[in-house]
Design a protein around this ligand. Structure first.
Ligand SMILES: O=P(O)(O)OC[C@@H](O)[C@@H](O)c1c[nH]c2ccccc12
Length: 258
């Protein structure tokens, strides 16, 4: 048994031999009332967990599709507090793991301890923070550890082996293997070096390894998942939701995990 519920849930799915599939959605895009409807829909499509983005004014790691979704969500009045309240309601009836993706600034404003406490009360399973380097993560890591919330680390293809090893071994819940150099967004294909990188991380990591960035169809997803434990898909899902193409989301997840 792992230290975090998220890790155990993912390992149980992994044990069935199917690839893990974690869709990303921008909380509040389409309205606050869509947050829980969309989570439910993704759960029913066969998602292993949900990565829920908190909109932020300065999203340095986001590509254009997710940036635009963030602007729409902010216009809807989405705040971290409102999202946590929606998660709390969701968790009263559903068990799907919820991972918050937020930059460090909104957490800093909220207060690290308060944030960790409120996440725990809401039932948040894990956190991804793309803009906090390992050297500066001590305080937020301690706050999250105090509430047993999995702190998911991101590995980058440009990191030297020594650093990758450290990140892989510290990651909680799962390891996010960023599989392109650059921002989020669909890519036609991934390079051979990406596959070696995924294999290397899978050997180093104690938790499941998920590849994310640039994945937009089942063929690509299955190809990458063969070198790790599964995939994360963001821009494509955000785009399809914005266009009201739920049937295509269902197909994308269903065909990958079948
Ligand atoms: O959009 P893509 O290329 O499918 O990549 C996933 C990504 O969107 C999602 O995990 C994410 C959204 N914003 C981020 C910021 C940093 C790291 C990851 C993310």
């Amino acid at each position: 048994m792992g230290k975090h519920k998220l890790e155990n849930t993912l390992n149980n799915i992994k044990a069935t031999g199917k690839p893990l599939f974690v869709p990303y959605m921008m909380a509040g895009d389409g309205g606050i009332d869509q947050i829980n409807e969309r989570i439910q829909f993704l759960d029913e499509c066969g998602a292993s967990a949900i990565e829920l983005g908190i909109p932020f004014s300065d999203p340095v790691a986001d590509g254009p599709v997710i940036q635009d979704a963030g602007v729409r969500a902010l216009r809807e009045g989405t705040t971290l507090k409102l999202v946590l309240e929606e998660v709390r309601k969701q968790k009263e009836t559903r068990n799907i793991p919820i991972i918050l993706m937020t930059y460090i600034n909104p957490i800093w404003n909220y207060g690290y301890e308060q944030f960790a406490k409120d996440c725990d009360t809401a039932g948040v399973d894990g956190i991804i923070i793309p803009d906090i380097p390992m050297e500066e993560e001590e305080d937020i890591a301690a706050a999250l550890a105090g509430q047993s919330i999995a702190f998911i680390r991101l590995a980058a293809m440009t990191s030297p082996d020594e650093r990758l090893e450290k990140i892989a071994q510290e990651s909680e819940g799962f390891l996010y293997a960023v599989s392109v150099s650059g921002t989020t967004g669909e890519r036609a294909q991934h390079e051979e070096t990406t596959l070696h990188y995924l294999e290397k991380l899978t050997k180093l990591s104690f938790v499941p390894v998920l590849a994310g960035f640039g994945i937009s169809n089942p063929k690509q997803a299955k190809h990458l998942a063969a070198y790790c434990d599964g995939v994360i898909v963001g821009s494509k899902i955000v785009h399809l939701f914005a266009e009201g193409k739920q049937a295509e989301i269902k197909e994308l997840i269903g065909e990958t995990v079948q």
